[in-house]
Design a protein around this ligand. Structure first.
Ligand SMILES: Cc1cc2nc3c(=O)[nH]c(=O)nc-3n(C[C@H](O)[C@H](O)[C@H](O)COP(=O)(O)OP(=O)(O)OC[C@H]3O[C@@H](n4cnc5c(N)ncnc54)[C@H](O)[C@@H]3O)c2cc1C
Length: 385
């Protein structure tokens, strides 16, 4: 049986970040991963360009039972720390939108830098961890072929979405075996299937707003044959899906007022062409329906109905469903943060047991927030293990 100071399960973003920190602390470290190579999600992230961080990473951009939990790690490892780290490793970055950083030469630069920091760790690939137990103050980590022993264990097994990149729920099983509560997992940062969706709109993209409960998000929305996709739907999928959603296809425009003005100023225009001033023609025609009449001929009551169909489309919760784990970028749910220290990532129930990254009940907004969480929680766990 091989002995280490620290064993990390998972060679993803969080696990490698933890390995680098533990190596810097002069610990003997092993990293065990069921996959053939490290950082597979990092390599796929940001369309291959890895959206490495976002300078707006504060707790309000995170979801889970207790998003406040991220404050401890993010105050210790901030987006600026990650930018400095990238700079030290000569990773060239660019901002796609203000504060949202991607890699000029692709995600491999990030993986190489992580592996460079973790140099000295013992890597074990193609090895599925099938269970963990504790004997005295030593963790016994089992795989089908070998057993490992460590004083500290960092569980960095990620979420269960995007299975083609190799995922498992073993992290939650291990946490549960040590008494941790598990929040059920569901897909997030994904498209939303809407029953009765208008497939004739598929392919159209607009800037729109979604309101769910008290949350309002404005971003680009893509109509698909099964519902909605694009950044706006992805971000909405992080929210509480037990509520209706309200879509506003013209968030900065009072369509009722606009139509009343048009009625006065250019009454001979038909409804679709008035709506086409603010919406793609295909949507304008669908909303106008068979009303090819001049706008001057329609009553204010009808204008209100049309305006509602643009500014206030209410979709009942029973008609909405996140569009599957296989294409979701993250999961909501995982190991509850209640019994984990936000300062060290150590379990409050089992000394020496640490968690890092998406395996915990934390999911970040679209835009580099999930990797920022993986880097920060991983580094904090590695420093304290
Ligand atoms: C397509 C895609 C694009 C994304 N793009 C971005 C982006 O641009 N920016 C951003 O911030 N976020 C992005 N994300 C989300 C981000 O990649 C993840 O949140 C992040 O990688 C999670 O890191 P992690 O280390 O916690 O988990 P993972 O990266 O999933 O790593 C977990 C590791 O644990 C291993 N493992 C699991 N179970 C076992 C077991 N039983 N035994 C051994 N090994 C095990 C897995 O093989 C895996 O290597 C994207 C996600 C996807 C799917």
């Amino acid at each position: 049986m091989k002995h280490f100071d620290v064993i990390i399960i998972g060679a993803g973003a969080a696990g490698l970040s933890a390995a680098g920190a533990a190596i810097a602390n002069k610990k003997s470290v092993a990293v065990i991963d069921m996959g053939h190579e490290p950082a597979r999600k990092v390599m796929a992230s940001g369309g291959g360009k890895c959206n490495i961080t976002n300078t707006d990473a504060k707790y309000t951009r995170y979801f889970g039972e207790n998003p406040n939990f991220v404050r401890g790690a993010l105050s210790r490892v901030s987006p600026n720390d990650i930018l400095a780290w990238a700079n030290e490793h000569n990773i060239e970055l660019y901002q796609k939108t203000p504060g949202r950083y991607f890699c000029v030469n692709g995600a491999k630069d990030v993986t190489d830098a992580l592996m460079q920091d973790a140099n000295g760790a013992h890597f074990v690939f193609d090895t599925y961890v099938s269970g963990v137990s504790k004997n005295g103050d030593m963790f016994i980590i089992n795989s089908p072929n070998k057993t490992y022993q460590a004083k500290s264990l960092i569980v960095a097994t990620g979420g269960t979405s995007f299975a083609t990149l190799g995922v498992s729920d073993m992290g939650c099983k291990i946490a549960k075996s040590f008494g941790h509560k598990i929040i059920p997992m569901r897909p997030a940062l994904c498209a939303l299937a809407i029953s009765g969706a208008k497939s004739e709109l598929a392919g159209i993209s607009i800037n729109a707003e979604i309101k769910i409960g008290k949350v309002k998000i404005q971003d680009d929305l893509l109509f698909t044959h099964f519902g909605i996709g694009g950044p706006l739907a992805y971000r909405a999928s992080l929210c509480d899906m037990s509520k209706e959603i309200i879509i506003n296809m013209a968030p900065n425009i009072d369509v009722g007022q606009m139509m009343r003005d048009a009625k006065r100023q250019c009454g001979k225009k038909n409804i679709a062409s008035v709506l086409a001033n603010i919406l793609p023609m295909r949507i304008a025609k669908l909303i106008a329906g068979d009303k090819q009449r001049n706008i001057a001929d329609i009553k204010d009551r009808e204008i209100d109905i049309i305006a509602n169909n643009v500014n206030n489309i209410v979709i009942d919760k029973s008609k909405i469903k996140p569009h599957g784990l296989s294409s979701a970028e993250v999961v909501r749910g995982g190991v509850a943060t209640d019994d984990i220290s936000s300062k060290t990532m150590e379990s409050k129930l089992c000394p020496g047991l640490f968690f890092a990254g998406e395996v915990m009940d934390i999911a970040g907004d679209l835009g580099g927030f999930n990797l920022q969480w993986a880097w920060a929680s991983g580094r904090v766990a590695g420093q304290n293990a």
